[in-house]
Write a protein that binds this ligand. Structure first.
Ligand code: UGA
Length: 429
């Protein structure tokens, strides 16, 4: 099928590339000319495991093209995806100006029937507005359908998630676009759920809020575990084996971050408010998340006492493993707090150093994770990169002024670390 994706961020680029991978003809559109130039030249603007290879392979096969022209993208395709950012506004609601702008551009380029698919995360009822806007700004009076098709990709696993989805949600007002959407997704052999547009839009926010609720639940339990002398990992394993609960997303941490959960929580609280419901439960999720970071910083303060002029090593800058994304990263937030108190930081991340340099000033970026601890008063694990488990702990112990580790991701075993002479503080253990 002929598909155009407008917006080549994490979602758009992965979506377009994976559709090309299963044989569709894909045009990716972005207004950022430098990004399109880079992609046309075989470069890639983000780190996402497996993506670069697939972009190269499908570009070479002639199934994937990049352009800055929305008009070209719309004219040459039957299905047009909107995958532009929906950033938060200061009051927590969603900035829909990019969506509206693209809807108008699509309207201006309509010459025959199209399926316009919203993939961006949007408030419920946005599909109705998109349809209204296209109708209003389209001079040709050509027929079109608007479909909601939310994405459930995790950064760092996005290609894998797209190629092997748990489910595909198709929200549509009429039957007309449903068959084409089913064909588009047929190569992925995933269960397909067809709903109305409002339900599809709600499914996305409801899913992300539930997942963040799960993390806040385990983080709240981690506080109880610390107070009671229990172990949060054992509790998580114990409750996670109940199939109704599940073990995933029960890893206690210094809090969740990224460009999705914090934004979607605020947005959904706001949407609920506008619909007449005070979603207090989700406000608690936000509060627990913020407190988790506060508690972690308190642990550091209590152990190191004065932070001014202390040398602290930080492993991890990305908001999670397998990504170079530092947006709303708890690790960056932590670094800023420690810096504010006068600590000198030596930091490392396997992939996010370049992006971190733009937001984190006056810190020492260390290329080798095993050199971060040199001369440090404490070492912090801030991101759950699996390679940190292979850290040379013995070397770190020798080169630190005193072996102290704060593990915000519970990567190491408490007894082993203590046996090695570390003052070791983690989460809920
Ligand atoms: C999230 C959802 O998982 C995706 O399904 C969704 O499509 C995406 O948002 C989106 O809306 O675009 P993502 O933000 O990429 O994906 O990353 P997650 O793997 O969900 O992690 C989010 C945060 O929660 C990270 O900071 C991570 O470290 C933290 N986390 C995750 C925990 O603290 N504990 C856990 O057990 C799991």
């Amino acid at each position: 099928m002929k598909v155009t994706i407008i917006g080549t961020g994490y979602v758009g680029l992965v979506t377009g590339t994976c559709f090309a991978e299963v044989g569709h003809q894909v045009i990716c559109v972005d207004c950022a000319a430098d990004k399109i130039k880079l992609l046309q030249a075989g470069g890639i603007p983000i780190y996402e495991p497996g993506l670069e290879e697939l972009v190269k392979k499908n570009t070479a096969a002639g199934r994937l093209r990049f352009t800055t022209s929305t008009k070209e993208g719309v004219e040459k395709s039957d299905v047009v995806f909107i995958a532009v950012p929906t950033p938060p506004l200061p009051d927590g609601s969603v900035d829909l100006s990019f969506i509206e702008g693209v809807a108008r551009e699509i309207a201006a380029s309509l010459t025959r029937y199209k399926i316009v698919v919203d993939k961006s995360t949007v408030p419920v009822k946005t599909g109705e507005k998109v349809a209204e806007t296209i109708k209003r700004y389209s001079k040709s009076r050509v027929e079109f359908d608007v479909v909601s098709n939310p994405e459930f990709l995790r950064e760092g696993f996005a290609v894998e998630d797209f190629l092997h989805p748990d489910r595909v949600v198709i929200g549509s007002r009429s039957q007309r676009p449903v068959q084409a959407m089913k064909e588009l997704y047929a190569p992925f052999h995933a269960p397909i759920i067809v709903t109305d547009i409002n339900s599809a839009e709600l499914i996305k926010h409801a899913a992300n809020c539930f997942l963040s609720l799960k993390i806040s639940y385990i983080n709240a339990l981690s506080v109880i575990c610390e107070a009671a002398g229990a172990n949060i990992q054992e509790v998580a394993n114990g409750i996670g084996m109940d199939a109704r609960i599940g073990r995933q997303f029960l890893d206690a941490s210094l809090g969740f971050g990224g460009s999705c959960f914090p934004k979607d929580l605020s947005a959904f609280i706001k949407i609920s408010e506008q619909l007449g419901y005070d979603f207090a439960l989700l406000k608690d999720v936000q509060q627990i998340n913020a407190q988790q970071m506060d508690r972690f910083v308190k642990k550091i303060n209590e152990t190191l006492w004065v932070l001014k002029d202390k040398k602290i090593g930080v492993l991890g800058l990305a908001f999670k493993q397998n990504t170079d994304d530092v947006r709303m990263s708890p690790a960056i937030d932590l670094c800023q707090r420690l810096k504010k108190e006068g600590a000198h930081l030596r930091v490392h991340d396997p992939k996010a150093m370049e992006k971190a340099k733009a937001v984190l000033k006056d810190v020492t970026f260390v290329a080798d994770m095993n050199e971060v601890a040199d001369g440090c008063d404490a070492l912090i694990i801030a991101t759950e990169w699996p390679e940190f488990k292979k850290l040379d702990i013995e070397k770190a112990r020798k080169v630190m002024t005193h072996p102290i580790m704060f593990d915000g991701r519970n990567l190491f075993d408490v007894a082993e670390m203590e046996q090695m002479g570390f003052i070791y503080k983690s989460i809920g253990r």
